[in-house]
Each structure stands twice: as C-alpha cells, then as structure tokens.
Design a protein around this ligand. Structure first.
Ligand code: SAH
Ligand code: SF4
Length: 347
C-alpha cells in the first residue's frame, strides 16, 4: 500500500518549515540542517540513506515523510549540446527544463508553472494558457534531476527561472524554491547565479522590493513604447511600461548589481533605430543591462526575426549610448528548447 499521498514531501518544505517539522518530533534543530544536506547536496532518494541520523529517527521520519522526485519521460540533445528534459508530474501534467552549456557555464532553465496565463504573442508557453502553479518541490526537483543526468565532475553553475510560466505569479513557491537554491546547506548557489525573469507584475515587484532578495532580477521589456508593448504583451494594458519603469527605478538593488532587461527583437515591430534610441532614453537612470533575443520563430507565432544586420545596428546604438547590450543566440532551437518554445510536449 502506498501511503505517500498522506506523508509530507520533505522537498516541498522551506528550510524553516523543515526545521519546525523536525523540532515538532522533539528533534534538535541541527538535525534539520543534516537533513537539508541529504536532500539537496547528496540528493538521496530515501530517508533510510540519511546515515548520520539514528536508525530509530529514520524509521520515525519515514512514517510521516518522503522524498519526492520527478519522473523523467524524455531527454533530447540539440546539436549545440543543449539538453531538454521533459518531466511528468504526479497529476499527469508535463513540464520542461533546459540545460545550456556555454563556455565555462552550465545553466539550467527551470519552469515555475504548467503553462502561463499572460499570453505574450511571441511565446508558445503563453499559447497553452495557465494550467497550474508548480509546488516548491516540483521547482527544485528539476535541478536535482538535471544534476543526476550529468557526468561526473560536471556541475550546474547557473539557474535561470525562464522556463514555462511566470515566476512572480507563483510568488510564494518560487521564492521558497529560490531560498533552497541559495541556502548554503541546501543547493548553495551564489545569489549572483540565480536569475528570476518576470513579465513585470507590478504588485509582486512592489512586494519583492520590500524583501531581502537573493537573486538577480530580469524584466521582459520587449518594447520601448506603450503601444508596441501592449501589442506584443497583453499584460502591458494592466501594468503599463511607464509604471514598470518607475518601479524599476526605485527597486532597491544591492551595490554593483543591475537589472537585466530582456528585449525580444521582432522584425518590423520593435527593431528600428528609433526603438533603440527610445530604449536608451527610457532606461536612463536605471542600473541596467540589456539582453537582445532575436525572436525564435515557430508555427502559430506571427513574427519573424530581424536580419543579423538589423540586430547588430540595434545593438550598436545601445552600446554607443553606454548601455551594455548582449545579443543572446537562443540555444537548442532544433529541439524546440529555445526561449519561448517550451510546451511540455515531446516532438
Ligand atoms: N514569464 C517570464 C519568464 C519565462 S519567459 C518572462 O516572460 O519573463 C523567458 C524569456 O523568454 C522572456 O524574456 C521572453 O520574452 C522570452 N521569449 C518568449 N518567447 C520567445 C521567443 N519566441 N523568442 C525569443 N524569446 C522569447
Ligand atoms: Fe508567459 Fe513569459 Fe511566455 Fe509571456 S513570455 S507568455 S509571461 S512565459
């Protein structure tokens, strides 16, 4: 008989909740640190493997708790080395994560929701609509599962929350998952190596600005004026660019950190020299850098990517205006693993 549905998923607890869970059983607090290390650093699959806990405690814990994992359905590898993982969740929903090698970095792009409610017109995840939020464990287990697939000595160096979904629409689970990513007893990523990307939900950004955040912030800007942004991203009608920039301007950044603005370049829509100049103007005064992403084309997406020449010209205008602008070639397009192509389906 399987009791796991009534048991507590230890990977679905924040570090604080785990501490309370352990002390509730009359155990010393430091035990929860040992358990965190087993869960996230050693990545054990069974409570019985936590060998620095007494046999008796392991048995007790096993009666009330379990360690969840994700079912890996499929891995695909692109020509450039990018790997896409398709996971099946317990309720049958599917999500994807993408592992992207780049020089000395190995970045994992993780999902925070099944689908997405915001319907940006260039994004296939948006076309799916929103199905549900991921739990804390479904977010962190993507990292553990991807790590298990690596050959010895390789390790994931960076995490980007840029997969399926809008992280700030799943605020609490996403923030608890990030806490586990950066907790020195859990996944211990440096806060400089975890990036959350948002479409720009103003109430959540306001809330975030009042918390001590331990990650890099990226904002999907995608246009330099209200009309174009509303055309590409319907959410701009509710949370307009002008207000978004105001929040960014006052966002309490740690010293020497900048906000990354993502700008998907779409042929004939937002890629003119005037757009680049306007962009310089609206970002003035905000510590920022900009990632230019030529749109990934896909069936059902009514946009084309600009010519390479146009992309370079756009970048040059920004650089001449003293804005750091990097052109991001999305990787893994041949296996539909590039930005905006995740739909939770195998080919
Ligand atoms: N929902 C969040 C995070 C996931 S999307 C957000 O929108 O920020 C991550 C990035 O992929 C966003 O910057 C988005 O603008 C970009 N993106 C979406 N569809 C794309 C496409 N077809 N081509 C290139 N980039 C795309
Ligand atoms: Fe959602 Fe981000 Fe895609 Fe927009 S770009 S539809 S916010 S996942």
């Amino acid at each position: 008989m399987n009791h796991s549905t009534e048991k507590t998923d230890l990977r679905n607890l924040s570090a604080l909740e785990l501490r309370d869970f352990i002390t509730f059983f009359g155990k010393e607090r430091y035990r929860s640190i040992q358990i965190l290390r087993w869960l996230y650093q050693k990545g054990v699959h069974s409570i019985n493997d936590m060998t620095n806990l007494s046999k008796m405690f392991r048995q007790e814990l096993d009666k009330v708790g379990f360690i969840s994992t994700l079912d890996l359905l499929h891995v695909e590898q692109a020509e450039d080395g990018t790997k896409k993982f398709l996971f099946q969740l317990k309720d049958g929903n599917r999500i994807e994560s993408v592992l992207i090698p780049d020089k000395s970095r190995l970045t994992l792009c993780v999902s925070t929701q099944v689908g997405c409610a915001f319907g940006c017109r260039f994004c296939l995840t948006g076309k799916m609509g929103w199905k549900r939020d991921l739990t804390i464990s479904e977010i962190v287990n993507q990292i553990l599962a991807a790590r298990e697939s690596l050959k010895e000595r390789a390790s994931i160096t960076n995490i980007v929350l840029m997969g399926m979904g809008e992280p700030l629409a799943n605020y609490s689970n996403t923030l608890h998952a990030i806490e586990l990513m950066t907790n020195p007893d859990a996944l211990k990523f440096s806060s400089r190596r975890v990036t959350l990307s948002t479409v720009g939900l103003l109430p959540e950004l306001e809330r975030l600005s009042k918390e001590k955040i331990s990650f890099r912030l990226a904002i999907s800007l995608n246009a330099a004026n209200e009309e174009t942004r509303s055309h590409l991203m319907p959410i701009n009608r509710r949370y307009p660019l002008g207000k978004l920039l105001q929040v960014c301007r006052h966002f309490p950044l740690r010293p020497r950190t900048r906000i990354t603005f993502e700008y998907v370049l779409v042929d004939g829509i937002n890629d003119s020299p005037q757009d680049a100049k306007k962009l310089l103007k609206i970002l003035r005064g905000i510590p920022s850098k900009i990632n230019l992403i030529p749109v990934n084309e896909a069936p059902g997406i009514p946009f084309k990517r600009p010519s390479e020449k146009k992309v370079r010209e756009f970048q040059e205008i920004l650089m001449k205006g003293n804005l750091t602008a990097i052109v991001r070639a999305s990787k893994g397009a041949d296996i539909s693993a590039a930005c905006g192509q995740l739909q939770g389906k195998s080919l």
